[in-house]
Each structure stands twice: as C-alpha cells, then as structure tokens.
Ligand binder design. Structure first.
Ligand code: C5P
Length: 243
C-alpha cells in the first residue's frame, strides 16, 4: 500500500476518553497515517493524548481552530508545534496578520530547534454556516465568495492549505492551484451510511476534485471491521491518485 495514500487518510478520533482513543490508534495505525484530535478529546485529555498517538508511530492533526489576537494564536501555534503535531489549524476569519504572525513564529521556532514545520491549515467558512449565518454577522457575500476570498488570504499569508467541504474543493483548487492542501471531511465511501453529513462525496470524487487529504470518522469506526474499512478507503485513494 503506498505511503502517500496512508498520509492522506485522517481518522477523526471523535471519542471522549484516552483509552478509547488509544484503542483506535492501535487498531488503525497500519492503514491510517494521521489521527485528528479535536476540541472535545483535547479538552478532556490534554497533550497526553497527542503524545500517545505520536508514541504509537502515527501523526496528529490538532483540530483546535485557533482564532484570537495574532500574538495569542502564534504562541498557541508554537506550542502545537512543540508537541510534535503534523497538522494544526486556525480560522482564516482571524485575518492575515494573525496567520502571518503564526507562520513567522512557528517558522522561527522550527529553525531554532531544527524540526520540520507542521502543515498549517485555515478553516474558511464552517460548513455549518450558510448565507443566513453570514448575513446575521454582517457579511453580505455568498459562502462561495467568502470561501475563495479566505482561501486566497490564507495562501497569501503563508499557510499550506485549508479545511473545506469536498464540494468546495474544485473551486479552491482552481484559484489556489497545485501544492495548496485541501483537507476535506464529509467524505463517504459507497459502502458507508451518510450519517448526519449532508454534502458528501466519495473518496475518489473528493481526490478528483482536488482534495489532498480526507478526514473520515464513522465510515471507519462504525464498520464491522474498521481496519478493513480503512484499507478499502486507502485502496480507493490510491486508485484515485494514480488515475
Ligand atoms: O464521522 P465523520 O466521517 O462524519 O467525521 C468527520 C469529522 O470531520 C468529524 O470530526 C467532524 O467534526 C469533522 N468535520 C465535519 N464537517 C466539517 C468540519 C469538520 O464533519 N465541515
């Protein structure tokens, strides 16, 4: 199985307990390269859970979506880097200065200690937001317009990519080009249920639309054989990369 496909499969560790998280990492690490730790698990277990994943030989996407004044976000970003995460994210709505400061301070830290810089991703507009949400907070533009605007801003600020719905991947790929990462949740292989995801795509379609990595939770965790389900998704990613 090719490694590049494995690094593109990110499993959402949507559990609230250290031992369950450890169980999933041990079960899936042969087929999953990266484990996503979000606000719930991190708030419950803290940095210990990040270290546990790394100790198992896997990588971490720390999904805490930082959004604060530039200095505070940059300091948090340096701490995420010190923890050894492979990927972390911020809200692009925090603006260019916030993103640039984080890029600069993380870059300086990595230079100082001789580590490679984590992949820094920006969330554009949350997929739970629609036109009404934007209007409510005084943004009188369409979701697509804002997604493109914020993806461009993230790129111009030195960010490596964005987290986006697979339905937005083609649009972002067209404006930001090759080499700009597009990490997409909302992906459902043909064998899985849609769950509460409304705007879904198969792994192959998401990759064809420009997604560079996929965040997948329940299609793997709810499968009768989770490792085999992850293996099937990996094979689909590999075929899509070759095709
Ligand atoms: O189980 P499922 O595959 O739906 O999990 C997807 C993961 O991606 C969850 O952790 C969810 O919070 C996250 N996510 C999402 N949709 C977004 C952003 C993040 O499903 N727009």
């Amino acid at each position: 199985m090719n490694n590049s496909a494995k690094e593109r499969l990110i499993f959402a560790l949507d559990v609230d307990d250290f031992h369950q998280a450890q169980h999933w990492v041990k079960t899936l690490k042969d087929n999953v390269g990266v484990f996503k730790i979000g606000k719930q698990l991190f708030t419950r277990c803290g940095p210990e859970v990040v270290r546990m994943v790394i100790d198992q030989g896997a990588e971490v996407f720390l999904d805490l979506k930082y959004h604060d004044i530039p200095n505070t976000v940059a300091k948090a970003a340096v701490e995420a880097t010190r923890l050894g995460v492979r990927i972390f994210n911020v809200h692009a709505l925090g603006g260019a200065e916030m993103m640039r400061t984080a890029v600069d301070q993380v870059g300086a830290y990595c230079h100082e200690v001789g580590c490679s810089r984590p992949q820094m991703l920006a969330v554009t507009i949350l997929t739970s937001s629609d036109l009404a949400t934007l209007t409510e907070i005084g943004i009188e533009r369409s979701v697509d317009e804002m997604v493109v605007r914020l993806a461009r801003l993230a790129q111009a600020s030195g960010f490596d990519g964005v987290v986006a719905s697979p339905k937005e991947a083609a649009l972002i790929h067209a404006v930001c080009g090759e080499g700009f990462a597009i990490v997409t949740p909302g992906v459902r292989p043909a064998f899985a249920a849609a769950d509460d995801q409304k705007r879904i795509m198969t792994p192959a379609d998401a990759i064809a639309a420009g997604a560079t990595a996929l965040v997948i939770g329940r299609p793997i965790s709810a499968a009768a054989d989770p490792l085999a389900a992850a293996g099937q998704i990996l094979a689909e990613i590999s075929r899509a990369l070759e095709g």
